[in-house]
Ligand binder design. Structure first.
Ligand code: CTP
Length: 404
């Protein structure tokens, strides 16, 4: 059961090799994976959804619409659900559409929404496989970060012999197992994260909050999960698309609620990451009814919130690692290092507000990571997912665990 708990979207397109996808589905299920089959329209000429639905134990999808009533198969949800999206077999036609951003069926829409690694196993006749346009499209997909499972040589359906056969299902499953096993360097570790902003109520309809989107925190949560950890997320109100069921997920609003949720899990965590932008102050009293407009000014008395990172920093055990974030607009390094010491962090990740392409709401970031022994690691402006990977690498260096 080397793929237990792994979620795989198997995209099947119009090629005679589609008959092998039934066997591939069976092998993946046998290894413990959850498999969601999505077919292109021309795949239906080669294999029946009934076969695939029976083997995968889930409906095999091929249309945007579930039935006549207009209920639709949500490609964004599917794209978020998967740990891996695999096209096997991939026809020259769907390959060309993927390379050019076409979106005329559910499979292509899911491809465009997928956040997970995407692999493709082409299958076509030997001359097609060598055609410059096919070669170019394969390269384009590779430039997107998609991984080619190269076609094998042998006898082809046309009667000709050469390269173009889809990689054998056993070999594909072996590659997938190797991939999931090799990246599992946080396996067995328990990770807690606070992410997003907090909302501090003024009255039943108003609150104090900030611009945090939760993107960096969520990218970290996903990175830990991909590398084998069990992840607890305590999230303030965020509106980015997330897949909560992959995590132990707790939604909170105020700093106090976030503190209580973090306190509940803290003791059993190996790593706590404080990525939330917690409001430092909250209204001293929440008005029970909506505050009506009166006079030319209004004063709201604020009281200091609990500092979650600092409080839990006092309870930190020697084998636990705490990671904090700092967002500064002046004397950045001094403030970050001061927070590192004050809050008993092992690492602090400094975001600069001055940097173009870094900070709130963006998909990219630029950070400096300071460790308590004075080391500094600086990133380029990079996607938050890459920054997350870099932070995990630093956590690993900081730890005394023997990780795989
Ligand atoms: N933090 C926290 N609880 C708070 C405030 C901050 O857990 N009430 C955590 C944040 O999640 C972050 C780190 O502490 O990891 C630093 O947050 P920041 O807001 O920069 O620190 P403050 O101590 O609030 O300092 P400042 O005066 O710059 O606002």
């Amino acid at each position: 059961m080397g793929l237990a708990g792994k979620r795989i979207i198997l995209g099947i397109t119009g090629s005679i090799a589609a008959y092998k996808s039934a066997f591939l589905t069976r092998l993946l299920i046998k290894e413990g994976a959850e498999v969601q089959v999505i077919l292109s329209a021309s795949a239906l000429d080669f294999i029946s959804p009934l076969t695939l639905a029976t083997l995968s134990k889930r409906p095999a999808l091929h249309q945007f619409q579930k039935d006549e009533t207009g209920v639709w198969n949500n490609h964004v949800e599917l794209g978020l659900w998967a740990d891996l999206m695999l096209f096997a077999p991939l026809s020259a036609n769907t390959l060309a559409k993927m390379a050019n951003g076409h979106c005329d069926n559910l499979l292509l829409a899911t491809y465009l929404s997928a956040r997970c690694p995407v692999w493709f196993a082409p299958a076509m006749d030997l001359d097609m496989y060598q055609h410059p346009s096919v070669r170019k499209n394969i390269q384009t997909l590779q430039s997107f970060g998609n991984r080619l499972l190269d076609a094998e040589s042998g006898e082809l359906a046309s009667g000709l012999s050469g390269q173009g056969r889809m990689m054998e299902p056993e070999s594909i499953v072996k590659e997938i197992k190797g991939f999931f096993e090799s990246g599992q360097d946080f396996k067995g570790k328990k990770i807690g994260l606070t992410i997003g902003p907090t909302q501090e109520a003024i009255d039943p309809v108003r609150f104090i909050s900030n611009h945090s989107s939760g993107k960096m925190g969520y990218a970290l949560a996903e990175a830990f999960l991909e590398r084998g950890a069990e992840v607890w997320v305590i999230s303030g109100p965020i509106s980015i698309p997330v897949s909560k069921d992959k995590f132990h997920w707790k939604d909170v609003h105020s700093a106090q609620e976030m503190f209580e949720a973090a306190q509940d899990i803290h003791e059993k965590m190996d790593v706590m990451v404080f990525a939330a932008a917690v409001a430092d102050y909250a209204p001293a009293e929440v008005a029970p009814e909506k505050i009506k407009k009166q006079g030319d000014s209004l004063q709201i008395h604020l009281k200091k919130n609990v500092d979650i990172a600092q409080e839990l920093g006092k309870q930190k055990k020697p084998n636990q690692i705490h990671v904090g974030f700092a967002l500064e607009t002046e004397n950045e390094k001094e403030h970050a290092v001061d927070k590192l010491n004050r809050k008993n962090f092992d690492l602090i990740v400094l975001n600069s507000m001055k940097e173009k392409g870094a900070g709130f709401r963006l998909d990219t970031n630029r950070v400096s990571i300071f460790s308590k022994n004075g080391q500094v690691v600086e990133s380029e402006i990079s996607p938050k997912k890459e920054i997350a990977g870099m932070i995990l690498d630093q956590i690993k260096k900081e730890s005394s665990w023997t990780l795989v």
